[in-house]
Design a binder for this molecule. Structure first.
Ligand code: UD1
Length: 343
């Protein structure tokens, strides 16, 4: 029997990690989750077992524990790591920058040390379009200048630099840096999805909580941007397409690719009001909204040129905005309290 490559998913119980877990299982990898459950719920493990029909290997622990990570890498003969673990709330990062530097930068350093120690040199990193700051033009290509407007974005930028430095120092490293645009949607089973703590910061989970009746209306942050309807335009990408991008990245690296940094988006921009009307169509529910001032730090338009990922990884997104909304709605309406209500 051929041994399946074992892949460590740091933060594998989180929103993107859990969807990637399923995609990797379907692609004949054997993922292993490392998660401290600081921003995820162990119920997700039962859901993953239901979807995959297999036991879900998981270690509860922190990526900051270098010895633990090195031990896992060695004991399980892990071939590659996908590093999802990290904090991601922009506003919180402004209020508590040290929390972000400690966890996101400390976690990256700890992981790189553990991987070096265990001679596991294949890494896929969850970066973000936030590294482009306020882009001068759209669509954005990977050679655009990088900048940051908040500590969260700063940590993504510095993590990219740390990875580049270790790759420079030791030719054994192979790293794939994936710059996600706006991940949304859920697994079509409705069993796993995004489960924010408290009021959502991001648009799609907020819209879905309005549609399900948990919140009375959406605040639309600004309608005077230089966009077709005046509201902010983003590149929403289905989390299922994003999960497939991780599969493609790992396959390329394990086949000997030296490494890459690629945008993971659809290349298509949609406004806040486009999302509202697509969600109303998908859910059959009204999504009332009120206009509110611009949110500080927001940019008018942000969408990818995804050609490099198509060229290097033979990957491209294929879910529509409507299917992103339909899958979000299935998850939200089946789990109005997220993972918090045990069955
Ligand atoms: C945000 C972060 C980004 C991070 C990403 C992670 C900011 C400024 N940016 O991206 O760094 O990588 O999340 O997922 O926080 N909107 C509303 N009402 C709402 C929420 C959002 O009108 O209640 C609008 C925003 O103004 C924006 C669009 O919806 O035009 C998308 O917002 P959001 O989902 O928060 O994503 P980003 O701001 O693109």
């Amino acid at each position: 029997m051929i041994r399946k490559p074992i892949i460590l998913l740091t933060g594998g119980a989180g929103y993107i990690g859990s969807h990637t877990y399923v995609a990797l299982t379907e692609a004949q990898f054997q993922p292993l989750i490392l998660d401290d459950f600081s921003n995820s719920n162990p119920v997700v493990l039962d859901r993953l077992e239901r979807i995959t029909g297999q036991a879900v290997p998981c270690h509860r622990g922190s990526v900051l524990n270098t010895e633990l990570v090195a031990e896992l890498l060695k004991v399980h003969a892990i071939e590659a790591v996908v590093h999802f673990a990290g904090f991601k709330a922009v506003g919180e990062s402004v209020a508590q920058p040290l929390k972000y530097f400690d966890n996101n930068l400390g976690g990256m350093i700890s992981l790189l040390k553990a991987m070096e120690n265990a001679a596991c040199h294949t890494l896929v990193f969850s970066s973000s379009a936030t590294v482009y700051g306020d882009p001068a033009t759209v669509p954005i290509t990977e050679d655009f200048p990088r900048s940051h407007t908040n500590p969260y974005g700063h940590t993504k930028l510095v993590c990219e630099d740390m990875i580049a430095a270790v790759c420079q120092a030791n030719a054994a490293w192979r790293a794939g840096v994936l710059r996600y645009f706006n991940p949304v949607g859920a697994h079509p089973s409705g069993l796993i999805g995004e489960d924010p703590n408290g009021p959502p910061n991001n648009l799609m989970p907020y819209v879905s909580q309005v549609a399900v009746g948990k919140r009375p209306f959406l605040h639309v942050f600004g309608n005077d941007y230089p966009t077709p309807d005046g509201t902010g335009v983003r590149d929403y990408i289905h989390v299922q397409d994003l999960a497939q991008a991780h599969v493609a990245a790992l396959q390329a690296l394990l086949l000997g690719d030296n490494g890459f940094t690629v945008n993971i988006g659809t290349g298509q921009g949609y406004s806040v009001l486009d999302v509202v009307s697509a969600f109303e169509q998908a859910s059959g529910k009204p999504v009332p909204y009120q206009l509110a001032p611009r949110r500080p730090g927001d940019v008018a338009r942000c969408y990818a040129d995804p050609a490099l990922a198509r060229h290097l990884l033979s990957w491209s997104a294929n879910h529509t905005l409507l299917s992103m909304c339909e899958d979000t709605w299935r998850w939200q309406s089946n789990n109005p309290e997220g993972y918090r209500l045990l069955e």
